[in-house]
Design a protein. Structure first.
Lengths: 247, 292
């Protein structure tokens, strides 16, 4: 039984078809990176998995259970999936600690003490213990994004979705966020990651999928995709990336 | 001469003093204060001269500016004014709650909620479209006349209901502007953690929305405080009606000045509080920490 299974997923915004039949399977503890140009459908794919966007066609299974069926409880599904956004999306009117404890308390029904203990342990693990009482605006981008990751982890999700989590960061702050993700991967977290960091994808991914115009054009081991791509579109994309000095 | 020209051409100083109602002379020092004082004194002197030289002035002075009339009327009017303040305070509480409910109904998305959304829109249009004085007359005279059992007959009660009805329309729109100013990504983040629509609204969206609209809310309350005077059309003895009683007894109008002074004593501090909150909000945003 796979951790996540997408079967013929299609999604349009108006007349534009953004996802044109996506089939994808993730095993438990597998890390899959989605690469491709902006507008190729990476973000939409992640938002569909988290049921933030309704599908036009196709089905999605989480741990063998279809989450796109009509009767599915979307709130219950989202509890099991963590998502981290490019723009952090922390709650600016709450302290770091409150950001992290909100969902465990309100959704999982944890007591304040339990939720705070869980939050402080996670914050400490990612070097944020001394930031618990701060408001998000007072943190650097890298710290904010690490808090966003901790906020998602506090729900103990079985799957993490990362949507270009380093794209809004200053270059010198990218490494601290990537090292957190690397630690998660080593801990066995199942992850689906949309990224422009090709070097990182090559290091961390079990499998890389190249998205082009709403379809998975090519997928395989990082070695195969980055060193030996078979599709011409993949080759062109990687050439542009190398020209830009990103690989 | 040169420095005067410089100051006038400094857009930063001009902008600030305009925004803060001309009460600030930042960076101008004693010279700026002196110029402001002299210019104000000249302005006031011209105004006084123009009024006191007018042909009708002796008559107006006798009927309006008799200190004896004003101070005789003041205690009665002040006592009656307590009713205005009570109406204002009680209505304000109901308006804050009721308008929030309307605003939330109006911001619900999805076809299921269409009837509620439509109802909220119609409500806001009607409440803001009908003159306040008409609503007070309709409810204040109409509702007690129905003689329904269990329905209060008090005109003050129905006048209060009328003010709540009208002002909730305005305040609901203020709330709605606040709700719409919170970026959709905040709701996405909340929902992605498993929070329900209602939990996301209560914990994430409304706290941010309400914080942003506190200054415009206060603005509406200044209006409400003034509009409690409209309750006088029902014959309720509040400040304005008491004033009319007093002036009818003396055939002078000094009582009107006493009533005006009482209203201003409440609305001006509210206005300054609003200015102060707006200024503080701007400073915080410029400092980059809107909530720190």
């Amino acid at each position: 039984m796979s951790a996540l299974h997408l079967d013929g997923v299609r999604k349009s915004f108006g007349a534009t078809e953004v996802l044109r039949g996506i089939d994808l399977e993730l095993e438990d503890h597998e890390v899959v990176c989605l690469i491709g140009a902006s507008g190729s459908g990476k973000s939409t794919l992640l938002r569909c998995v988290n049921l933030l966007e309704p599908l036009d066609a196709g089905r999605i299974f989480l741990g063998g259970e279809e989450i796109t069926r009509r009767a599915a409880d979307v709130n219950a599904v989202r509890r099991r999936i963590g998502i981290v956004f490019q723009a952090f999306n922390l709650f600016p009117h709450m302290t770091v600690l409150r950001n992290v404890t909100l969902a465990p308390r309100d959704v999982l029904g944890l007591s304040r003490a339990e939720a705070e203990a869980r939050a402080l342990e996670l914050l400490a693990r990612f070097g944020l213990a001394d930031r618990a009482g701060e408001y998000p605006d007072r943190l650097s981008g890298g710290q904010q994004q690490r808090v966003a990751i901790v906020r998602a982890l506090a729900m103990r999700p079985e799957l993490m979705l990362l949507d270009e989590v380093t794209s809004a960061l200053d270059p010198e702050l990218v490494a601290e966020v990537l090292s957190v993700i690397r630690e998660l991967a080593e801990g066995g977290m199942t992850m689906l990651i949309a990224t422009h960091e090709m070097g990182f994808a090559r290091d961390i991914a079990n499998r890389v999928c190249f998205l082009d115009d709403g379809q998975i054009l090519e997928q395989g081991s990082p070695q195969a995709i980055f060193s030996n791509p078979t599709e011409q579109r993949t080759q062109q994309f990687l050439e542009r990336i190398i020209e830009a000095g990103r690989l | 001469m040169a420095s005067e020209g410089d100051r006038r051409s400094d857009p930063e100083v001009e902008r600030r003093s305009r925004l803060l109602g001309g009460l600030h002379f930042e960076g101008e020092g004693a010279r700026g204060v002196a110029i402001a004082l002299v210019s104000t004194a000249v302005f006031v002197a011209i105004l006084i001269a123009a009024v006191t030289q007018s042909p009708g002035w002796p008559e107006v002075k006798r009927t309006f500016f008799d200190w004896g009339d004003i101070s005789n009327a003041f205690p009665d009017i002040a006592r009656a004014f307590v009713l205005n303040v009570k109406i204002f305070l009680v209505c304000e509480v109901f308006i804050l709650v009721f308008a929030l409910l309307i605003a939330v109904l109006r911001s619900l998305r999805g076809p299921v909620f269409f009837p509620l959304r439509a109802l909220a829109i119609v409500y806001c249009d009607v409440a803001r479209g009908v003159p306040t004085i008409l609503v007070i007359l309709l409810l204040g005279l109409g509702a007690p006349a129905l003689q329904l059992t269990g329905v209060p007959r008090s005109r003050v009660f129905w006048a209060g209901v009328a003010l709540i009805f009208v002002y909730s329309g305005y305040v609901a729109e203020v709330y709605r502007a606040g709700i719409e100013s919170v970026h959709p990504s905040q709701e996405a983040a909340a929902r992605s953690l498993g929070l329900s629509r209602f939990q996301a609204l209560r914990r994430v969206i409304l706290p941010q929305a309400i914080r942003r609209v506190i200054p415009p809310l206060l603005n509406d309350f200044i209006g409400l405080q003034k509009d409690t005077a409209l309750v006088s059309v029902l014959g309720v003895v509040e400040a304005v009606n008491q004033t009319q009683i007093d002036s009818a007894a003396t055939f002078t109008f000094g009582a009107y000045l006493a009533a005006a002074a009482l209203f201003v004593a409440i609305t001006i501090p509210l206005a300054r509080l609003t200015d102060w909150l707006i200024a503080r909000d701007r400073q915080k945003r410029q400092a980059g920490g809107a909530f720190a």
